[in-house]
Design a protein around this ligand. Structure first.
Ligand SMILES: Nc1ncnc2c1ncn2[C@@H]1O[C@H](COP(=O)(O)OP(=O)(O)OP(=O)(O)O)[C@@H](O)[C@H]1O
Length: 571
């Protein structure tokens, strides 16, 4: 018995009825720091308050496995009364164990558990698909983003080899397991949906030993579609911006060089410009270039095709409207194009198509430098440079009462007349070569010259559609040329009045010819009608030398309707 008392790690303290210590073993000495000889026969309360032995003497009740502090130590105590044969309490004994070390360990475990829960929360909530495999390449953990991305259920992944999820490409996990190094940015296709991903992985090392690999997948399908959207958005922005400068205007002809000089002068002054010339002569190109030479070049260039916007909408598009200005008006109103162009330039193309009522408002902007929103009462000051363009004969329109005289004089401050291509044939050769370079790139051709015979053939033609027509024509020519051919010869040149839609320039809409598709002789009626409509419009435009007003009149259409159809058929 004595041996047990002396060798046990449990501290044992016994007291008699008077609460005096009768037993104090070596373990008790160690925990409390008192010597048995010092405390024996002395009241326990005088030395150790936490034993609760006086309480047990009174209550006669045992208290088992209680956790408590003893100074800086943590102990687990059991106390029980000692009774004689008659059940009378003659003393009490306390047995306790130092668990400070165990408590520290518990605390560490607690901290680890906390960390684990935190990591689990991150693991489950992150948008990145994560998988973990062991040192043999067997997947042991995946997060919800991983199952979402791959379309595989957890049970189809866990416990299987990591190669199981890959449809195409090399496993980064295996690379990590082979090299013990991180594997960076590898393209793969994974899972049920064959998603394209970029994957990276890193080794899991525990005390220098490789225990597995953790991999992250980024879905690039989304990135790809976002990039596509971004490219589209950029295209739209570029369309809105002025992209050309005077360096982009090809001119060799004396008359054209003079026109260019005049336009450059307009560029460096804030004057209102009226660009006149047939369709396709380069009016828009000039408008861009003037804006880009001016002090306003870092501000907006807003192009408005006055013929392409319906009469009822044009006014609110140009000047904006106040909330509640009309049924269907947007909440909060709308900023007009003049306000958008504030500080910059507004290019009013086809100015001859503006209805007389809107002309009054436009005159106000030019005179007062302020606009009035539709439904508004307060004028809004705007600082906008106006460049207008027309291929219509404004003087005729004025005589017919369709164009206000006062507006005409306000716009005609600095007229620039761009001559048609037939009057500047010296420009043909440099224009052809410029266009050839452009289409070489686009179509993957290697043309570097045009034969004299082919060039003189082009010079004989009138080019009613001007540079735009030449551009389409050279595009068609390059389609006819083989990759290895470097010289445009007469045999490559298409017919001038070629309405064959299959040789139209890039971007134009191709409608099926009669019975064109193999084994299909019946073409839907709407396609036949569309094809005929397109042909007729093209022919009319050719005959009217690209003059849209005259073409619309000849076809019995409004200019707006003609624009709509031209856009629809990609003419
Ligand atoms: N001198 C030139 N040098 C280079 N390209 C030109 C030249 N003139 C016109 N172009 C090109 O021809 C096409 C038609 O030009 P643009 O749209 O400026 O003509 P436009 O007179 O405004 O036509 P429309 O009256 O039909 O709107 C454009 O692709 C333009 O880049």
């Amino acid at each position: 018995m004595e041996v047990i008392l002396n060798s046990t790690n449990d501290a044992i303290i016994a007291v008699d009825r008077e609460e005096k210590i009768t037993l104090f073993n070596p373990a008790a000495e160690k925990i409390t720091g008192y010597k048995a000889s010092e405390v024996r026969n002395k009241k326990v309360e005088n030395f150790i308050k936490e034993t609760r032995l006086p309480h047990v003497l009174k209550s006669g009740e045992a208290e088992m496995n209680r956790r408590q502090a003893l100074g800086n130590t943590i102990i687990i105590t059991s106390r029980m009364p000692v009774k004689d044969d008659l059940g009378k309490i003659i003393g009490a004994v306390a047995i306790f164990r130092d668990v400070t070390e165990m408590a520290d360990l518990n605390y560490e475990i607690y901290q680890l558990k906390e960390m684990q829960s935190m990591l689990e929360a991150i693991f489950n909530a992150t948008q990145d698909a994560i998988s973990v495999c062991d040192e043999k390449g067997i997947v042991v953990m995946v997060n919800p983003a991983y199952t979402d991305l791959t379309g595989l259920k957890e049970e189809e992944i866990i416990g299987r080899h990591t190669l199981n999820d890959i449809v195409e490409g090399k496993s980064v996990h295996l690379e990590v397991l082979n090299t013990k190094q991180a594997a960076e940015r590898t393209r793969l296709r994974v899972g049920k949906y064959n998603r394209e991903v970029i994957s990276s992985a890193a080794p899991i090392m525990v005390e220098g030993v490789l225990k597995g690999s953790v991999g992250v997948l980024h879905d690039v399908t989304d990135i790809k579609s976002l990039t596509k959207e971004l490219t589209e958005a950029k295209k739209i922005i570029r369309k809105l911006e002025a992209k050309y400068t005077f360096d982009d205007i090809i001119a060799n002809d004396e008359k054209m060089i003079q026109v260019l000089d005049k336009a450059k002068k307009a560029g460096i002054t804030p004057v209102t410009v009226l660009l006149r010339g047939e369709s396709g002569t380069g009016k828009e190109l000039f408008a861009h270039s003037i804006h880009n030479l001016s002090e306003r070049k870092y501000n907006q260039f807003v192009r408005v095709n006055c013929a392409a916007i319906s009469e009822s909408l044009l006014e609110s598009e140009l000047f904006g409207y106040e909330e509640g200005a009309f049924t269907g008006a947007r909440k909060g109103g709308k900023t007009g194009l003049f306000e958008e162009a504030h500080g910059g330039t507004i290019f009013l193309d086809e100015i001859g198509e503006i209805p007389v009522s809107t002309q009054v408002k436009l005159l106000r902007v030019l005179q007062e430098k302020e606009i009035m929103r539709v439904g508004g009462t307060k004028p809004v000051p705007v600082d906008v440079r106006v460049i207008a363009a027309t291929n219509a004969h404004l003087e005729d329109l004025m005589r017919e009462g369709k164009f206000r005289e006062d507006l005409y004089y306000r716009l005609n401050v600095f007229p620039i007349e761009i001559p048609p291509l037939r009057e500047r044939k010296a420009d043909l050769y440099p224009l052809v070569m410029y266009l050839v370079r452009k289409f070489n790139q686009e179509y993957g051709r290697n043309v570097d010259e045009i034969s004299d015979e082919a060039l003189s053939h082009l010079k004989k033609y009138d080019w009613p559609g001007n540079v735009r027509e030449l551009q389409n024509y050279i595009g068609r020519t390059l389609v006819n040329i083989k990759y290895q051919e470097a010289l445009i010869q007469k045999k490559h040149l298409p017919k001038f009045f070629d309405n064959d839609q299959r040789t139209l320039s890039k971007g134009e809409k191709v409608l099926p010819e009669e019975g064109e598709e193999k084994g299909k002789t019946i073409v839907p009626l709407k396609d036949v009608l569309a094809r005929e409509e397109k042909k007729t419009i093209q022919q009319a435009l050719e005959e009217m030398k690209g003059n849209r007003r005259a073409t619309a009149k000849a076809l019995g259409l409004s200019v707006r309707n003609l624009y709509y159809k031209m856009e629809k058929y990609g003419i």
